[in-house]
Unconditional design. Sequence first.
Length: 410
Amino acid sequence: MNTVDQAIKLVRNWRRHRAVIHPRTAQFMYHWMRGSTELPYPPLKLHLEPTSVCNLRCPMCPQAIDAVKGDTGYIDIDLYRKIVDEAARFTLEINMFFRGEPLLHRRLSELLRYGSQKRVRMHVNTNATMLREREARMLVEDGATKVTISFDGPDKAMYEKMRKGAKYEVTLENVRNFLTLVKEYRENGRPTPYTVMQVILPYDATQSGPTLPSHMRDLLAGLPVDEWDPIWPHGWAGVMQENETVDAQPYGENYHPCNWLWKSLAIYWDGRVASCCADFSADQVIGDLREQSLMEIWNGPQMVALRKLQVEGRYQEAPLCSGCDAVWTKESSSWNLFNWAEKWIRPSDMPTGRLQGHSHGAPVVSPIASDLGPQAVAAVAAARNGFSGPVPVAIPASSGPSSNGRAMPA
């Protein structure tokens, strides 16, 4: 997600994130820490959805509870070109991933080539179940500069439990063949994507952080994995905080605005723009690129209003933010160092850390410290999952139309 720890990780893993290590990254960090609500820089990166369709129903993903709610489709090539043409003037990376599996888009190679021609770094995140030879060559040859493969679970039993609908042996063979192709290209001096193996592991309260089982490296020994990225499940704005298969990592104790609103935009297949990459149900649509520009949306009234709510500690007034783990950071040495540095930048009247007092009559506390408990908070996290919390402030409606009549709750 987009916690303080994730922001620190972005800087630390500079090779993986070198597309956003740029002078504008310093601007992002300053204005996020400062609590600015109108930003003098454009979004650093985009999540652009080739399709909302997915072939799996992983229990830690909102697809498992049909959060997409029939909003399925594939991005139109002309709309895609319009978005990339504008984004290429300032965005350093486009992640071709949001709610669905990008390899399901039959014209993904054309999408990658067009973005590459515009000198935008193209990132593809895939579950690798469809990563056969043709798809592997497409990613290597058609312009993907980074490929993240989600391969979850330390063994066959856990993998097939976590990746419902996938076969362990088939996916593992796909991954090995893809990395073998990358190795062949590198040995011949040809450009290849930066490769990341992302591994979601069950939350373990006895550990300070997720640790990759050593035998997982052995599965791909001798193959060019540039980075292993073990993570714990997150709660997807609280909606998936608890499920029958795997618990998400718990909420932290310290409040801080989510950095997503200061660095990125997420775009659905039909051009609507989400306030957050966790918005699978389009509950907080903030604009429409069929009628608006990226910059109009980036500093538009809805985005500014959401930043203001978080800066003022009024996160509960936005349904998706109210139950989200991304605004709660665990106590750690990284948090303490960040919090110390931020005090030199952030106005003292902007609340962060262990919040005290009340916000419009509602306690301002982390869900971990709330009498309600995390599951109750999760139940009010999304409007389409029975939001019954404090009435949100009026957030201006999108000036662009919503294709299914949905707009930001008021």
